[in-house]
Design a protein around this ligand. Structure first.
Ligand code: UDP
Length: 239
């Protein structure tokens, strides 16, 4: 697997919160446009791109169930939130003249394509950016797990997880000045030390399929392209 060099197919995972800018909730169109621009820079390199976007900027299942709603129902609401984010990202990518498809794990044929694996692969071959929406389609999962599942199914070389910090730290770098960033870390270390890269099921699914996870900062302009070119700082989670 190429390291920092030539990637041909990748999956970019971002949380829903990455789309809300400085607001406490929802979508901030200039922020969505900025991320679309980051994706365009990588698309211009000829890399085939899948995206998975969370829904936490709108609704999280755990939030609903904490308020007395049945967990499964709340999770379906969370999945629907990811569809809204996916449509917003699709519109922003179209603003960059990139052909895209939103593919939903929950059928809603008027808004998005259903997930058909071979069809999705074909879109990638045609250099369309795919946005996978509605997570895995199942409650009790997260979009991190959906990202790992789809990255495996699409034979992506790695998952790029764009966050607010430039990698995985031994403690929260926004709270501790002496926090240390890992250059490389194993899946097992992430699980044992609860490093909070992704939830445990997502990490285990990546580990069992040798899928590297690259954690980098989405806040640096040109960050995504730089990381793909092997520049900048990031953490590589691997076996
Ligand atoms: N969700 C789910 N199954 C999935 C993916 C997501 O039930 O396969 C629900 C879950 O309630 C979750 C919400 O959708 O809280 C939003 O996704 P997530 O929390 O992963 O978003 P992020 O934290 O990345 O913004």
């Amino acid at each position: 697997i190429p390291h920092g060099g030539k990637y041909s197919r990748v999956l970019l995972k971002i949380s829903g919160e990455a789309l809300m800018g400085d607001q406490g909730y929802g979508l901030h169109p200039p922020t969505v446009a900025r991320i679309a621009h980051e994706v365009k820079a990588v698309h211009d390199m000829g890399v085939e791109i899948c995206m998975v976007i969370g829904g936490g900027n709108i609704f999280r299942g755990l939030q609903g169930s904490a308020q007395g709603m049945e967990r499964a129902t709340a999770d379906y609401m969370g999945m629907l939130a990811t569809v809204m984010n996916a449509l917003a990202m699709q519109a922003a990518l179209e603003g960059e003249n990139i052909h895209t498809r939103v593919i939903s794990a929950i059928r809603m044929d008027e808004v998005a394509e259903p997930y058909i694996r071979r069809r999705a692969v074909r879109h990638l071959e045609k250099k369309r950016v795919i946005i996978f929406a509605a997570g895995t389609g199942n409650p009790y999962f997260t979009t991190d797990t959906a990202a790992t599942l789809r990255a495996n199914e699409m034979n992506c070389e790695a998952i790029f997880k764009g966050t607010k910090v430039d990698g995985v730290y031994d403690k929260d770098p926004k709270k501790h000045a002496d926090a240390k960033r890992y250059e490389n870390v194993t899946y097992d270390e992430v699980l044992q030390k609860h490093l909070g890269v992704m939830d445990a099921s997502a990490i285990a699914l990546a580990r069992d399929n040798d899928l590297p996870i690259i954690v980098f900062s989405l806040d640096e302009p040109g960050g995504f392209r730089g990381i793909l070119a092997g520049e900048g700082t990031y953490t590589r989670v691997h076996g």
